[in-house]
Design a protein around this ligand. Sequence first.
Ligand code: IDC
Length: 335
Amino acid sequence: MFKHFLLFFLMLLNLSATPATAATTPSFSDYNQPPIVHQGGVNQNGRLQVIGTQLCNADGQPVVLRGMSSHGLQWYGQFTSAQAMANTAEYGANVFRLAMYTAEGGYLSQPGLKETVKNGVNAAIQNDMYVIIDWHILSDGNPMTHLEEAKAFFKEMAQLYKDTPNVIYEICNEPNNVSWAGEVRPYAEAVTAAIRAEDEQALILIGSPTWSQDVHLAAANPLPEHNLMYTCHFYAGTHGEWLRQRVDEALQAGLPIFFSEWGVSRADGGGGVFLDEAEKWLQFMNQRGLSWCGWSLCDKNESSAALNPGVSPNEPWTEQQLSEAGRFIFSHFKD
Ligand code: IDC
């Protein structure tokens, strides 16, 4: 605790000093000046890399990715069509997340979902978007339970996509009821090694215990590796200031953070919507040059869903077809 206060104090001193000069490696002290945002897609930015805590493009310039996450591919895979992605790209999205649930009728009982993932990657390529392949553990909270399946899956994906700069790997959506040191970190080491054996440079996103909110645990004991980012997830109706503080402390400690999932609803996907709190979060991420994906691109009748029930994934959308969540999230892609 004392260490955090000390770091915070040092940071304040730094912020009040002259602005950071020609920093090639953005750091926490640059946050009083939002990094230059290079929206743009894969053609413009190329292979991503992590410098300090900042996501950067192939030239080492800061880049921010913003876009949508799919809902579970086993239920709403149709919203990963090229047209659905084009509809979000039109509002400024440059990333799409493919949430491949493992349980609840997902990949472990339906391996054919791999084809939905591949089609989704192709749709993202057509739209010049980055694309996150997400091993969406949720009710199956311990990632170690299916370590072998995860290693085989990511090895295959990395073999396929090692020359495709669009692809980002998210290896465990939301671990829960597990520890960082005992389960999540060893899992991340093993799966990262499996990906790295095929693709040295791939950008890999790693979750943390308590539904990817325990970034402080990852910050205290990160993996000694390059091009890794750690995910943090929030829902505006449930998570507030305390989690923003935790993220700031983790960034300060040098942990690169990616908000691969957030919603305007409560954490159960319903309720609200909580747009005032969501606005605070967006400002927070914006000021720190952090990338994000909104939950979720589907027409389910729940407040986190971006589309009204019955909207087609194969046609352009009018503003009226977006739900309140969708209108709000889409309007922030270009912030
Ligand atoms: C929710 C869906 C909901 C579904 C439920 C269980 O919105 O329709 O019934 O999962 O499968 C997460 C998860 C994400 C959740 C979302 C909202 O990553 O899968 O989706 N959420 O509850 N973490 C925090 C919230």
